[in-house]
Design a protein around this ligand. Structure first.
Ligand SMILES: Cc1cc2nc3c(=O)[nH]c(=O)nc-3n(C[C@H](O)[C@H](O)[C@H](O)COP(=O)(O)O)c2cc1C
Length: 236
């Protein structure tokens, strides 16, 4: 059936258009995607970063929309976990950065228990990346810089949303948004609310999962000790 595919394991899935198809350049695109298909290197790099970076670049080229959506898991002080999707905005050897409301459920959990895990499930690539580590606020100046790249509408939305809190009866998000819009009508550059911040997860453990045929998957696990990384392979 058009639009449906069958995985090697025999289950059905909806084929998603990865890139717009064009007869003239399809051969070139196919070659490019094959070249992009980051495989497990024969010799594992000493640090996970180049591999992670290659895979996230592959995701950016092949997944649409939200190629860098990731599941952020946090826990309260009693260890009870919760998770939700956020968007990765920046990554380098120091960590993985996302933005959120510090007064939200996750924001309170990260304040009280500053550890988090991130999971990217990159289905079209047959890959998964998991990151675990401590989490901290980024430099407020870096949050300001990112805030300035956001549209005016989403800036007003960030002011209007008391993220994670209950909307009291009789109150509604639309009218709160309209009130903030009016408040900022004469303000050229809307300031960043102090409760809207960037966070960095500094990795201590990174695992990369590659889908294998017949569920014979591959797992590569990097552990950080001091400034250096050790690497091992895990049973799937
Ligand atoms: C694709 C996608 C991307 C999202 N990106 C973000 C984000 O970058 N930051 C954020 O605060 N919420 C984001 N959200 C909303 C969160 O998943 C979540 O609903 C919200 O942050 C409240 O979470 P909490 O109550 O657990 O704190 C995103 C949701 C989806 C589905």
């Amino acid at each position: 059936m058009e639009g449906l595919g069958v995985t090697e394991q025999g289950s059905m899935y909806h084929k998603k258009p990865i890139l717009p198809r064009c007869f003239i350049c399809q051969n070139w695109i196919d070659g490019y995607l094959r070249a992009m298909n980051i495989a497990i290197p024969d010799t594992l790099p000493q640090s996970p970063f180049s591999l992670v970076s290659d895979i996230l670049n592959e995701a950016k080229a092949r997944i649409h929309p939200n190629p860098l959506a990731m599941i952020l898991a946090t826990a309260d002080t009693s260890g009870k976990p919760s998770s939700r999707t956020v968007l990765l905005k920046k990554y380098d050897e120091t960590g993985f950065v996302f933005f959120t409301n510090s007064q939200s459920r996750k924001g309170c959990q990260m304040r009280d228990n500053p550890f988090a895990s991130l999971t990217f499930y990159l289905e079209p690539l047959g890959k998964q990346i998991q990151v675990e580590g401590s989490v901290q606020l980024i430099d407020p100046k870096a949050s300001d810089l990112y805030w300035q790249t956001r549209s005016r509408e989403s800036q007003i939305g960030a002011w209007a949303s008391a993220q994670s809190r209950e909307i009291p009866p009789g109150d509604d998000f639309k009218s709160r948004y309209a009130n903030f819009k009016k408040k900022f009508d004469t303000v050229a550059a809307i300031p960043r609310p102090s409760h809207w911040n960037g966070y960095r997860v500094s990795p201590k453990r990174i695992e990369i999962w590659f889908e294998g045929d017949h569920r014979l998957h591959h797992r590569i696990c990097y552990l950080k000790s001091g400034e250096s990384w050790s690497v091992s392979r895990l049973y799937p």
